[in-house]
Design a protein around this ligand. Sequence first.
Ligand SMILES: C[S@@+](CC[C@H](N)C(=O)[O-])C[C@H]1O[C@@H](n2cnc3c(N)ncnc32)[C@H](O)[C@@H]1O
Length: 259
Amino acid sequence: MPSLIPQSSSARRLVYELIYAWPGTWTGTTFNVGMAPVDPFVLADPQLARDASQIQLYAELFSLAQYDAFEWRESSVLEVAAGCGGGLLYLSKRYKPREAIGVDLSVVAAWRGRRLGVDLRQAEAARLPFEERRFDCLVCVDALNYLGDEAFIREAKRVLRPSGRLLLAETSTGFEEAKARFGRLARMSGMMVAAVRDVSDGVRRSIRERSPRVEKALRWVPPFVRPQVREMLSAEGSERYRRWQHGSYCFSMAVLRLV
Ligand SMILES: C[S@@+](CC[C@H](N)C(=O)[O-])C[C@H]1O[C@@H](n2cnc3c(N)ncnc32)[C@H](O)[C@@H]1O
């Protein structure tokens, strides 16, 4: 799948540092494709409502996890590639887990997350700074395509407890492809796919509805990189916007559990 974000980790980090540090940046606490319609819980909280559709992507994934209220409260959760921490903020407000920690490649994102009150640290997904079997649940939203399946799974398996769950959400070029990938990731980690969901319709709607906001944010982008940024943000008129709206891209979620 074509991506405007570099494959090399250091170049990608530079791009994300710029995105998160840019004045007037359109990112608040999250940076993902978003999903609509939005849960009333998110809309009722001004801190979450600012990034409503992007928080909704997390709301959907956490509901797929099939934890009850007690299990959430007892859980220690790690998010990998957590951006500025909006997903963990939502998780903490809604489900109050025992512990919620995030890591992201970007030092600016980690700093912004900490200003929100989220425990967010700068770290590389392939070298998680945690001991073995530390977490009950590991989350990764809209970032898996950067991480390299093998390195990601090796670290996820290392830091998860045997009863742990892995919550994943990512873009693909079709639901069959996504299911096959989740199945491969499960086999690599000795887990099984406990639940899988295609949420592409909601993502397409979010991309359409956020168009005016994206156009406003683009005014802050220097004209010489604006076409590339338009593409990265799937702004209306971009190739990525067209592919989303024509169904060439799919967004799906899965819950993996140890067998
Ligand atoms: C599309 S954003 C998603 C952020 C967040 N999950 C969200 O939904 O708001 C992708 C994130 O992956 C992070 N990232 C990319 N490569 C990474 C790596 N190797 N290790 C940790 N984080 C990484 C980027 O810094 C960026 O914050």
